[in-house]
Write a protein that binds this ligand. Structure first.
Ligand SMILES: [Cu+2]
Length: 278
């Protein structure tokens, strides 16, 4: 077990800035629990042997003091409260209460649905195009309003999230139908996604590669198939990817001669799933 590499208790390797801290806390809790288990177990066996029935002896039922048994309980309780106050809550605050500054981050809107992940990237203007539920259709999964100037340089992908390395990513998340939950085990994070509300999750990817997005909230019959990918690229590769996506979008808008939601569906290379660019 090596918390530094994040390869702890059988979990996949860590690929986010706070992953190793979470692994270290999990390791600490497991070590403490094993220690308590062993100490209690040894004491239990000791009592079984020492106070076993013996020929010619009668049991003496005297108590070692009214509150004696509360002392070890109290010590463990204080110790566990210390674990929560000293480690658990500060870590929770640093991840859940302290969001990286948006101007230094990549903000992405995630619209979850049964059973897919739709990602909206705001483009160079850093403004998200308007979404309208009335515009939702088979080819416009998030209901992006193509007449909104802010939507012109927005890119929408399905099930594939592309992010640059070593830059915080802030996901602003909502759902079209039921409660979903965004989870990337390599990032050691998860967050519920609720219809009618925006929830937020941030992470900073630290290792390039492809990681699995799972839905961590039972959301219907296709729940187990609600799998996406996160691609962590260098900033250079990410810029290139984004430019390509924009070009697909512009090319399609050019051929149709329309400002309406230009939809390009194409099959990604390898085992990438289908991407839709609006
Ligand atoms: Cu789901």
């Amino acid at each position: 077990m090596n918390a530094e590499n994040g390869y702890t208790i059988g979990l996949p390797p860590v690929a986010s800035s706070y992953g190793s801290d979470i692994d270290a806390l999990m390791l600490l809790m497991h070590v403490v629990m094993v220690a308590i288990f062993v100490i209690w177990g040894v004491y239990f066996v000791y009592c079984l042997v020492k106070y076993r029935a013996k020929d010619g002896e009668r049991g003496v039922y005297h108590q070692a003091g009214e509150n004696a048994s509360f002392i070890p309980d109290g010590i463990i309780l204080v110790f566990e409260i210390w674990l929560i106050l000293a480690f658990g809550i500060p870590m929770w605050v640093s991840i859940k209460q302290q969001t990286p500054p948006p101007e230094e981050s990549l903000e992405i809107v995630l619209v979850a649905e049964q059973f897919a992940w739709n990602f909206q990237y705001p483009g160079a203007d850093r403004k998200f195009g308007r979404r309208d539920v009335k515009l939702v259709s088979a080819s416009n999964a998030i209901g992006l309003d193509a007449t909104d100037p802010a939507a012109k340089d927005d890119v929408v992908t399905v099930n594939n999230l592309h992010v640059p390395m070593n830059k915080p990513v802030i996901l602003r998340m909502t759902s079209k139908d039921v409660i979903h939950d965004f989870q990337v085990t390599n990032f050691r994070n998860k967050q519920d996604i609720l219809p009618g509300q925006m929830t937020m999750l941030w992470f900073e990817p630290t290792v390039p590669g492809k990681y699995e997005i799972a839905c961590a909230q039972l959301c219907g019959l296709g729940h187990t198939k609600m799998i996406g990918n996160v691609f962590v690229d260098s900033q250079q590769d990410w810029d290139k990817w984004f430019q390509e996506e924009l070009e697909y979008k512009t090319a399609d808008a050019g051929t149709t001669g329309s400002d309406e939601a230009a939809v390009v569906s194409r099959q990604g290379s390898g085992d990438e799933k289908q991407e839709t660019v609006l």
